[in-house]
Structure formats: C-alpha cells, structure tokens
Design a protein around this ligand. Structure first.
Ligand code: GH3
Ligand code: MG
Ligand code: MG
Ligand code: MG
Length: 322
C-alpha cells in the first residue's frame, strides 16, 4: 500500500514539504490523543506550518480565524464526534474547498464509510505510517493548489467575459442575465423597474475633432460620472460604443426621469477633461422605459428605451424622453 501511495505521488516523501509549490501550505490537525498527535507532528516534520488543536470547538474557532489548505481530523475524537466535526466543517461556505484527511482506528470502518459519504477527501488508518501519511498529505495539498488555480482561472475568465475593458463597467453579455432575474423578481414582488439608455450626442465628431484617444477619455469620464450619479444597487452597463444603460430596481418612471434629467444637466454643465487637459463640451440624450408587467421581457424593455432615445435625438438631442 505504501509503495503504491508513493508511486501515485511520484516523489520522495522527504522532499515533499520542501517542494516550492507546497511551501507555505497550512495544515490544521484536530486530534486529542497524545500519542497520535506526537506521531503526526513527527511525520509532518518541521517544514510544515501546522496548528494542533484537540477539540471540535477549538477546531471551529481555528478555521474561523485562519486559512488552512488541509485539515487532518481524528475520527475518534473523544467527547465529540470527529464525524460530526467533519460534516460541520463541510457545511461552512468558505471551507467547502479545504480537503479533509481523516485519521481513523482500524475498528472505525462504519464511521469511515459515512465520512466518505459526505465528502471527506482521504483517510489513513492507525498505526500511522509516516511515509504514507506524508504521501497522502502531499497529494491533498497538490490537488488543493491545482483546484484553487483552476477555480481562480475560471473566475477570471468569467469576469473578463462580462466586463468592458475600457470603462471597467459590465457589458451587454452580463446585462441580459441580470435583467432576466431582476424582472421576474420585480414582477413577483410588485416592484417597479426603470431603465435609462444613454447615447452621447455627436460623438463621432468628438473623435473626428479631438482624436480617438480623447474620445476614449470622454467615455471613461462618462462612466465615472454615471457611477457617482446613481445608487449602488443600480446596474451600469456599457451597452455599445458610446451608449450606456442603467437599470434601476425599485424605481418608478417619474423618479427615473428626474434622475435622468439631473445626469443630463450635469453632463451639459461641466465640460469633460481629456488626458491632454483639453476641456470638451459634451451632451447626452437619454431614453427611458419601465417594466410594464409579467409579459414584459428584457428585449422589449430595451426596445422601448431605444425608441424613446430615438425620439430624444429627433427632437434635437441633449434631452430626456420616455
Ligand atoms: P448621435 O448624436 O446621433 O448619437 O451621433 P453620434 O456621432 O454619437 O453617433 P454615431 O453612432 O454615428 O457615432 C458613434 C461613434 O462612436 C462612432 C464610433 O467610431 C465611436 N466609437 C464607438 N466605440 C468607441 C470607442 O470605444 N472609443 C472611441 N473613441 N470611439 C468609439
Ligand atoms: Mg450611438
Ligand atoms: Mg448613433
Ligand atoms: Mg451618439
């Protein structure tokens, strides 16, 4: 068994804790039997950053205050059940990805099966074989590193896919899923939703006259002004080139018109500043729509705002229409 375990990790067991990828890994050991603890301490060696506690409450307190990469838990904790501790730990959200390695006695196989059932990652049976323990610990730490990296890659990829790189705002891809759930929640609770669609006036001529970089500066400043001008619960999206959309939950259309009018007035009143220090006069047209009822969809809602925006443009720009 030991040979097989060593082979599966493919390393010399003594070298594992000095492996640069595993340096800095933190382990929490929960065991109340002195001989067992002594054994674990010796097997893990000095290079490992391990904390030792002997009761379930101490363990729960430790995982609250420190971050661990692996928990080694004795299944036969006296007084409390090691099994119950494991299930408690697995139900704590931020510990969901922390592996648990069980140390059990040979006569605990029924308990062990239950522990495996609710997701412990590996186990080792007493009497502890040091090399086997190190091999199992290393495997868990490696897996943890790998899955942490994978998870953060996925998170970053998702973040990238729903973010506009110029302004850091959410993009249209995010808008759709956000609106679908917001509209159904709002219909269910009888709450209003308003949306504001912004289109900067004659933006093409800003680009033509001052250059594309100056145009980018205007877009960035516009997004900053929107961020400052609306509530935290409002969603701001870069909808297109020089088009922005704000979703306002729990906002009746009359309130939304007032907000839109204020934002429009602020844009008109205060020229934008480019990176070269030029001051550019900018105006914006805004079209509004509101959630009409259970049959409404994100597509229809946006279409009505777009129609209103078109009317604002046709009526002379620098105005709000619904
Ligand atoms: P209108 O008042 O009718 O909205 O006129 P407009 O010139 O703003 O409208 P149009 O849609 O014709 O032009 C939008 C311009 O926005 C065209 C495009 O080159 C420019 N644009 C789109 N995305 C970007 C960007 O990321 N940076 C810059 N600098 N310009 C952009
Ligand atoms: Mg446009
Ligand atoms: Mg246009
Ligand atoms: Mg425009």
């Amino acid at each position: 068994l030991r040979a097989a375990a060593m082979q599966s990790v493919g390393v010399d067991s003594r070298a594992i804790f000095t492996s640069p990828q595993l340096k800095g890994s933190r382990i929490l050991v929960v065991d109340d039997r002195e001989s067992s603890t002594r054994h674990l301490r010796k097997a893990l060696g000095r290079e490992v950053d391990a904390d030792f506690v002997s009761t379930a409450p101490e363990a729960l307190a430790a995982v609250e205050t420190s971050v661990y990469d692996l928990l080694i838990v004795s299944l036969s904790l006296s007084g409390q059940d090691g099994l119950r501790l494991c299930s408690q730990i697995k139900s704590i959200d931020h510990l969901r990805y922390v592996p648990i390695l069980i140390v059990s006695d040979p006569d605990e196989s029924a308990k062990l099966r239950r522990a495996l059932d609710f997701g412990i990652n590996d186990y080792i049976v007493r009497p502890l074989d040091e090399a086997e323990l190190r091999a199992r610990v290393t495997t868990q730490l490696r897996r943890k590193r790998y899955s942490d990296r994978l998870r953060s890659m996925v998170t970053n990829a998702v973040e990238l896919a729903i973010t506009d790189p110029l302004t850091g705002l959410h993009n249209r891809r995010y808008l759709d899923s956000h609106l679908v759930s917001l509209l159904s929640r709002s219909v269910e609770h009888g709450k209003p939703v308003s949306i504001l669609l912004f289109d900067i006036d004659f933006f093409k001529s800003i680009n033509d006259r001052y250059g594309h970089d100056a145009g980018d500066d205007v877009l960035r400043e516009f997004s900053t002004r929107l961020r400052k001008g609306v509530r935290g619960i409002d969603l701001i999206v870069r909808f297109g080139g020089e088009e922005f959309l704000v979703v306002m939950p729990e906002t009746a259309i009359e309130q939304a018109v007032m907000i839109a009018e204020r934002l429009r007035g602020d844009v008109e009143a205060e020229p934008f500043t480019t990176r070269e220090g030029q001051k550019l006069p900018v105006t914006v047209s805004i079209g509004l729509s509101r959630l009409e009822g259970p049959e409404d969809t994100p597509g229809k809602l946006i279409k009505r705002a777009d129609k209103a925006l078109y009317e604002a443009k046709a009526a002379g720009r620098n105005r709000v229409a619904q």
